[in-house]
Design a binder for this molecule. Structure first.
Ligand code: NAD
Length: 284
């Protein structure tokens, strides 16, 4: 089996748009599915502004050439002939399971890889929603996708070796990313370490022990982190952090992973971080 040329991405939010961009910049043809015309428009605008920024920074010659390889649509049936599909919708198990059931019906290519960018939902739960669990795996990118080099590769207990190896060659050889191998456990490697760290920073702030600015400055200047945990939480999205914490708690039942009340309230209030203009900080 040769290189993958036809990719599908489901969801054109923060991550889906990033995954689409790196695939199209690598010369691949990408069909992206969004849930409504408005969301498709917003996704297209997200792609355009990221590609235009890349041109301004001298990292890309021609944004239009890349956009010409991308189609953002609302009809999932258009994924029928894709060789690899990456699901990147909201971190919700029921919604993702429904998408994998649909993908199994729609994607006709017999060797297609059905991948999820989930941060914390067991790949096995998505795999068993299909009739081809051997072709389902986690391909977990990091935000911002065009910038961060890491991808976690997550086979489930039922994933075929051949699927994992094709996934590895796709992300390393075709997209130029670095991959690490993880077991199918909530949080994989990076979020299992990162999310409890962010939750501890939120608890520290919530208890009045230190301000967000001081917590973040402490880690930037005292531990050489490129940004503090609360600024990072705003970048990731507080709804996503909450969802990952819930999956980790569900899996391991450790208080360390329990979502602090402040995080719950901020998510209920729609203070989700950069994407809504306000989280621990306010954005213009
Ligand atoms: P997001 O809210 O920015 O984007 C989700 C998008 O999916 C939205 O545009 C929404 O309209 C669309 N969508 C929802 N249901 C859909 C459906 N049924 N069909 C098509 N589109 C649908 O979320 P995000 O931050 O991009 O996260 C997406 C996934 O990536 C989640 O599983 C998350 O855990 C994972 N992830 C997030 C990060 C991060 O830093 N935010 C990092 C790695 C992985």
């Amino acid at each position: 089996m040769g290189d993958i040329t036809r990719v599908g991405v489901i969801g054109c939010g923060l991550m889906g748009a990033g995954i689409t961009e790196v695939c199209a910049r690598a010369g691949l043809d990408v069909v992206v599915i969004e849930s409504s015309d408005d969301a498709a428009k917003a996704g297209t605008a997200r792609l355009e502004s990221s590609l235009n920024r890349a041109v301004e920074r001298g990292k890309l010659d021609n944004a239009q050439e890349v956009l010409d390889r991308i189609r953002v649509v609302t009809d999932m049936e258009q994924l029928a002939e894709r060789e690899l599909v990456v699901e990147a919708i909201v971190e919700d198990e029921a919604a993702k399971t429904a998408v994998f059931r649909e993908l199994d019906r729609i994607v006709t290519s017999p060797d297609a890889i059905l991948a999820s960018n989930t941060s914390s939902i067991p790949i096995m739960k998505l795999a068993v929603a299909t009739s081809r669990p051997a072709q389902v795996m986690g391909i977990h990118f990091f935000n911002p996708v065009p910038v961060l080099k890491l991808v976690e590769l997550v086979p489930s207990l039922l994933t075929a070796e051949e699927t994992t190896e094709r996934g590895r060659s796709f992300v390393q050889d075709q997209l130029g990313k670095n991959s690490i191998d993880c077991q199918d456990r909530a949080g994989f490697v990076v979020n299992m370490l990162l999310v409890p760290f962010i939750l501890s920073a939120i608890r520290m702030m919530e208890s009045g022990f230190a301000t967000p600015e001081d917590i973040d400055q402490g880690l930037v200047l005292g531990a050489a982190h490129p940004q503090g945990p609360l600024a990072l939480a705003d970048l990731i999205g507080l709804d996503t952090i909450k969802a990952i914490a819930e999956s980790l708690y569900d899996e391991f039942k450790e208080p360390l992973y329990a979502s602090p009340p402040l995080l719950e309230r901020m998510v209920s209030a729609g203070l989700l971080g950069r994407k809504t203009g306000r989280g621990f900080y306010t954005y213009a």
